[in-house]
Design a protein around this ligand. Structure first.
Ligand code: 5AD
Length: 368
């Protein structure tokens, strides 16, 4: 007991400390959540920033073994949202005073796609008079493409490393040039070089993943001095190769608890970064996202994709669908949900990563 509290109060955590925190159960787990909630309040306050999520397309050139929209999944209907509809969703976010949007898509690297995104960024920037902050989550691209998108108006970029353990990464991805761990690392480096606030993250509770791997994942974030993180529980998808390892998984509830502990420990380790409360948390428990926001997360991403496309953005089973989200995440409803946990939505603010600016003054990563 005493040792657990000693660890909790540390400022710097060893791998052993992190493993001990991630293994916490019962009373210790509650102590961890209390502490991370306090650190969150001290550093971020009770503000929640919104990112209106636009799922642009589920067409993907990648074949990740866990993902429902992988290229080889023929049972997946494919869509691309029209440019008009993306603009409409963005303007909808603006009207609702969301402050920021995220444009997310299956991965494509062809010219048509790159130019389409560039066009959309410029249009959204100009139509919103620069008021909407824009996060991109569009996979591995070249440095030139990242620069192009940054110049067009994106300023935050999220690319999950999925697992920082190269061996585990290789187990959950096909063995070919499109899916190389080192390329993913290089992409992260290039995103930062292009000027973006950098985000990454993992899936938690993957087959073959150990608690040591998870501790290493958190240390990886510290090492690369990340600005933003989005991580959530792995949820098996029937139409993917990884599904055959279903028997190796801990229960969904345990994966949720692990994900919440990862968020809490990360908040202790990196008090001023942005941490997203991801959709996958809610897919396991209705209050999953709220719990994450109490224990360490400060970003919420309501789905605002126009139309019914998102029914086909099936990354994993049980992903909450858009129609439901429109009601659940309608502005008043999230206001009430946040008030119930003593949080306040910060409307009309970008809600950039404080860590980015704290670091920028030192390393001079500069925009404009
Ligand atoms: N379970 C949980 N998250 C998943 N993702 C993809 N497939 C799954 C799954 N089965 C996440 C990955 C990816 C993001 C787009 O969705 O982390 O980066």
């Amino acid at each position: 007991m005493a040792t657990f509290i000693n660890i909790l109060n540390k400022k710097v955590f060893s791998k052993e400390d992190i493993i001990c925190l991630l293994a916490a159960k019962g009373n210790n787990q509650n102590l961890l959540f209390e502490k991370s909630g306090e650190i969150l309040k001290q550093n971020i306050g009770n503000k929640i920033h919104l990112r209106g999520l636009i799922e642009f397309s589920n067409i993907c050139i990648k074949d990740c073994l866990y993902c429902g929209i992988r290229k080889s999944n023929n049972s997946q209907k494919r869509f691309v949202v029209s440019e008009d509809e993306v603009i409409k969703s963005a303007m909808n976010a603006l009207e609702k005073n969301y402050g920021s949007i995220v444009i997310q898509s299956g991965e494509r690297t062809d010219k048509v796609f790159i130019n389409q995104i560039t066009r959309l960024l410029k249009q959204i920037k100009s139509l919103s008079n620069g008021k909407l902050g824009i996060t991109l989550s569009l996979g591995e691209q070249t440095l030139d493409t990242y620069k192009k998108w940054f110049d067009a108006g994106g300023h935050r970029y999220l690319l999950r490393i999925e697992s920082s353990n190269k061996k585990l990464y290789n187990k959950i991805h096909p063995d070919n040039a499109l899916h190389r761990f080192d390329k993913r690392l290089e992409a992260l480096y290039n995103i930062r070089k292009a000027g973006f606030q950098l985000g990454t993250g993992f899936m938690i509770g993957l087959p073959f993943q150990t608690i040591e791997d998870m501790a290493d994942d958190l240390l990886f974030l510290k090492k690369i001095d990340i600005d933003m993180v989005g991580m959530g529980p792995y949820i098996e998808h029937e139409d993917t190769p990884l599904y055959k390892y279903k028997h190796l998984l801990v229960t969904k509830k345990e994966r949720l608890e692990l994900a919440l502990k990862m968020i809490a420990v990360l908040r202790l380790m990196m008090p001023d970064i942005n941490i997203a409360s991801t959709t996958a948390l809610q897919a396991i428990a209705p209050d999953g996202r709220e719990r994450a926001l109490q224990y360490g997360a400060n970003i919420l991403m309501p789905n605002i994709t126009a139309g019914n496309y998102s029914d086909n953005y099936n990354l994993y089973e049980g992903k909450p669908d858009t129609k439901k989200n429109i009601t659940e995440d309608s502005v008043n409803a999230i206001d009430v949900r946040m008030m119930n946990i003593n949080k306040m939505i910060a409307y009309n603010e970008w809600g950039d990563s404080k860590h980015f600016y704290n670091r920028k003054t030192v390393l001079n990563y500069y925009r404009n």
